[in-house]
Write a protein that binds this ligand. Structure first.
Ligand code: GDP
Length: 434
């Protein structure tokens, strides 16, 4: 999937345009604190093309002077995007700050589409020709607040997307990423895996821009470890900011089948861990929770049970994720990790036969009467699995409004008991059928 970044000096309307383009897609699926607030990265769609969108305005590095800030935002865009939307304000003309941004973008070799924002009425369209002077070809008049002109702008943006290389993703390979707050041991874990015996390793250079993915082969299974922020420290200023790490983590999650959520056994669970784990869950990826630095804990059954209870209490929405305890440093229990990833991935792509599924669901309902709401009883006619990655199930019912969260959860639990979807979220969708 291509990535588009919006750059421009403050107040030209970057966030307004971002929200317009992302539209309904920012929706709070579940009430996970802090997950969906204040987004700078989201999926958008134009006609049939999906892409990821970055609002670089959200990446702020302390109290830097304006020009430094803009330079950093432009660098993020240049590093992370396939196409850049350069936004200027149609009511102010070209400013010195616009010219500074333009200079950085000239050097980037990335396609740049120039959007002239705040062109709220047709008469103003006559005035946008002066923006040709910025040197990015045709300026596109748009109005973020009125939602005008975005279609033409997006046509141009999409026309610059790189050709999709279908050979890039191999169906038999498990793509996984390692996420977690700084210092939980992400790079240590990846290095430990790469240095393990019986693992064959090769770098896949430039898979996407400057990200470097690594290929592993172990026990007849191919894996690709997706490069994440913090794994290769390059030392640019913005790389140390939390927003930027979140952005990189979201990009990595987007390309993953399985996400490893790393937790530090030594420091215990922190607020930031929960936010990061929430991203993986929201994206519908398979998840394995990895408790690292287990060498610092006097390890016994009881310690493990206690830590597991804490994890379960803090990450309730990840109740399907297996927990692996290990030490990247001593490599203790490291051998349990790849099998857990493999199992989670298998379940993420698993399909169950419709007849068996229906037996399970109908048996469960025979034992537990369906709920009634205002005197009306919910009737379930049949169930079928419609998708994988993650598995989605449609239950056809008389009245979809009668299917509340608790009933969907009940069905989910019966399906999990019968088919064992360890490691993957599953979705239950109710549809009307008489
Ligand atoms: P990252 O920021 O998540 O990539 O974390 P690093 O891999 O750079 O590790 C942060 C620190 O934790 C380093 O000092 C590592 O040596 C240490 N560390 C990583 N894994 C382990 C572990 O399993 N046990 C112990 N005791 N220390 C670890």
């Amino acid at each position: 999937k291509a990535t588009v970044a919006i750059v421009g000096r403050p107040n030209v309307g970057k966030s307004t345009i971002f929200n317009r383009l992302v539209g309904e897609r920012i929706s709070i699926v579940e009430d996970i604190p802090g997950v969906t607030r204040d987004r700078i990265y989201a999926e958008a769609e134009w006609l049939t093309t999906r892409f990821n969108l970055i609002d670089t305005g959200g990446i702020e590095v302390g109290d830097e002077p304006l020009l430094v800030k803009m330079r950093q935002q432009a660098e993020v865009a240049i590093d992370e995007a396939d196409v850049i939307i350069f936004l200027v304000n149609g009511r102010e003309g070209i400013t010195a700050a616009d010219e500074e941004v333009a200079k950085l973008l000239y050097k980037s070799n990335k396609p740049v589409v120039l959007g002239v924002n705040k062109v709220d009425n047709p008469e103003m369209r006559e005035t946008i020709y002066e923006y040709y002077a910025l040197g990015f070809g045709e300026p596109f008049p748009i109005s973020g607040s009125h939602g005008l002109g975005l279609g033409d702008l997006l046509d141009e943006v999409v026309s610059h997307f790189p050709e999709l290389d279908m050979s890039e993703k191999d169906e038999d390979t498990i793509y996984f990423s390692v996420i977690g707050r700084p210092n939980v041991g992400k790079s240590s874990l990846v290095n430990a895996l790469l240095n393990e015996e019986r693992v064959i390793v090769s770098d896949i250079e430039g898979t996407t821009r400057d990200a470097v993915d690594t290929k592993l082969h172990r026990d007849n299974q191919d894996y690709v470890i997706i490069d994440t922020a913090g794994m290769r420290k390059r030392g640019k200023v913005y790389e140390t900011t939390e927003k930027y790490s979140v952005l990189r983590a979201l990009k990595a999650i987007d390309r993953s089948d399985v996400v490893l959520v790393l937790i530090d056994a030594e420091t215990g669970i922190r607020e930031q861990d929960k936010r990061i784990a929430g991203y993986a869950h929201e994206a519908g990826r398979a998840v394995v929770i990895v408790v690292n630095k287990w060498d610092t804990i006097t390890s016994n059954e009881k310690a493990m049970k206690e830590f597991e209870e804490q994890v379960r209490a803090h990450f309730q929405y990840l109740d399907y994720a297996p927990i692996v305890f290990l030490s990247a440093k001593t490599k203790k229990r490291l051998h349990t990790l790849l099998p857990a990833i493999q199992l989670a991935s298998e379940n993420h792509t698993k399909r169950v036969p419709t007849n068996v599924l229906n037996d399970v669901v109908m048996d469960a309902l025979a034992m537990n009467p369906t709920p009634t709401v205002k005197g009306k009883r919910l009737k379930v006619l049949y169930a079928t699995q419609v998708n994988v990655k993650p598995p989605r199930f449609v239950i056809f019912v008389n009245e979809p409004e009668l299917v509340h969260f608790s009933f969907a959860r009940f069905v989910e639990n019966r399906i999990r008991e019968a088919f064992g979807f360890v490691g993957t979220p599953i979705k239950i969708i109710a549809r009307k059928r008489q």
